[in-house]
Design a protein around this ligand. Structure first.
Ligand code: SF4
Ligand code: SF4
Ligand code: SF4
Length: 448
């Protein structure tokens, strides 16, 4: 079995270690044993309360304890346990940065993975809402809604108040939540039109110098611009880039739903293709931190002995981590034409928990006359949490401090590595401005 994955160690004295998920064990889905573990962990959390302000899962638990007759966990109705599970969107921040009781501590506490187990139990019981299955079918929705006329229709309907009210009452998608537009000119089409650039890869110690971009559902169907920007920036730095073909959604939305069979399918569809690219010498990257995390951390915890999964993990990089590795060996150009001024940069949780440091900030700061203010708080978006009728208000509450920090900074630009988080921050600011992805800013700075 492969070694557990190590975390940052910010919370405890020893470096946190993540154990592989025991998801093939029938007891994983046993509701009685799940509740025994929920009671054990919730009781520790009630005594600790460090995570009170990370998300809405912990306040839901702590408020229920405080309002109960006994003021202990035994006074909390079991229904509230499920509410806590529903409020967790598996950002991993509590495990990676706060909790002193994660392994190797004897209490062996992995809050996000316990929430994942509860979601998987719920999914297996068939109690998952149609709305949630629909929202997490990002590939299928993308294929359908990016058909030219359909895209026009869906995008127009999403802006009409009456249609949004219907969507809220029929499907439970909040009428005020920003929904991403669909693009019929997908990243796949745009990449195919790009002129071929003849570049000879220059390897470094850690990189092969040629990159296959995993387009992601969001990057392909909703916001192809940053994908094009990445290709342009990488090629400007002498790195040949291709768009990985014949791949599908990384599986993260289904993971957050507890649909673990879909994780197996995502693995079967993507890993052989990506491992094949690695065999041909391509490094891998993606612009959505959650997708990078899926390949670097979640899939290896599901399939710890799968050599192809581990091969893909070892070749997968965050884009700015990649540029920083190249910069270390003098292979990043500094021929910037435009300063960016002041940039308010939101570090996405799913990137922070990858523990490679603030590479986006470091690279943006290389641009002449550019100051970057980093904001390390969750945006509360999570892809689907912020659009659900019952969670929209909570997500707007979570984003408020992030939006407040951006406003206070009075930046020339703001954005997040997580494009959805960036737009959610923009909704939190509410002045009509919008976030720009850091790779878009870097392209701007190069003037290319
Ligand atoms: S994983 Fe994230 S959302 Fe879930 S409980 Fe921890 S901090 Fe909250
Ligand atoms: S997850 Fe850990 S740090 Fe957070 S409240 Fe529970 S015990 Fe405390
Ligand atoms: S900031 Fe982005 S990556 Fe982090 S939980 Fe929110 S949506 Fe997910």
């Amino acid at each position: 079995m492969s070694a557990p994955i190590k975390g940052s160690g910010e919370g405890g004295l020893k470096t946190p270690q993540r154990h592989p998920l025991d998801w093939k064990n029938p007891d994983f889905y046993n509701e009685k044993s799940l509740f025994k573990e929920l009671e054990r962990v919730f009781d520790i959390c009630h005594g600790c309360r460090r995570c009170f302000n990370l998300c809405n899962a912990f306040p839901t638990l702590f408020d229920a304890v405080d309002e109960s007759e006994t003021m202990e966990l035994d006074g909390v109705p079991k229904k509230v346990f499920w509410d806590v599970v529903d409020h967790c969107y598996l950002c991993d921040i509590c495990f990676m940065t706060k909790c002193p009781y994660v392994p190797p501590h004897e209490w062996n506490l992995d809050f996000p993975h316990l929430m994942l187990r509860a979601k998987a139990v719920n999914f297996k019981k068939g109690e998952t809402k149609f709305r949630d299955k629909f929202l997490t079918s990002t590939d299928r929705n993308g294929k359908l809604f990016s058909i030219p006329l359909v895209a026009q229709l869906v995008n127009t309907a999403n802006k009409i108040g009456f249609a949004r009210k219907m969507l809220q009452s029929v499907l439970g998608i909040h009428a005020e939540a920003d929904l991403p537009a669909y693009q019929s000119d997908t990243l796949k089409k745009r990449a195919a039109r790009r002129p071929k650039v003849d570049l000879t890869p220059e390897p470094t110690d850690m990189t092969t110098g040629k990159v296959a971009l995993f387009g992601t559902c969001y990057g392909n169907y909703n916001e192809p611009g940053p994908g094009e920007d990445l290709m342009t920036v990488f090629e400007h730095n002498g790195i040949p880039v291709i768009l990985a073909q014949d791949v599908q959604c990384c599986g993260m939305p289904k993971l957050e739903l507890g649909d673990l069979a879909a994780i197996q399918s995502a693995r079967d569809a993507n890993i052989p293709v990506l491992a094949g690219l690695v065999d041909e010498g391509w490094d891998l990257t993606a612009l959505v931190p959650s997708c990078v995390l899926m390949f670097k951390q979640e899939l290896p915890l599901f399939f710890p002995d799968d050599l192809q999964v581990l091969k893909v993990r070892d070749a997968f990089f965050d884009p700015f981590e990649y540029l920083a590795l190249r910069h270390k060996e003098d292979k990043l150009k500094s021929d910037f034409k435009t300063s960016l001024g002041k940039v308010a940069y939101h570090a996405a949780c799913h990137q922070r928990v990858q523990n490679f440091g603030m590479k986006t900030r470091d690279i943006l700061q290389l641009v002449t006359d550019t100051q970057v203010e980093t904001i390390e708080r969750c945006s509360g978006h999570d892809g689907t949490y912020a659009v659900k009728k019952e969670f929209f208000d909570a997500s707007m509450k979570i984003v408020r401090p992030v939006a407040g920090r951006v406003k206070k900074a009075e930046p020339d630009h703001y954005g997040s590595d997580c494009p959805m988080a960036g737009h959610h921050v923009a909704q939190g600011i509410g002045d009509g401005s919008d976030a720009e992805h850091p790779i878009t800013l870097l392209r701007k700075a190069y003037g290319i």
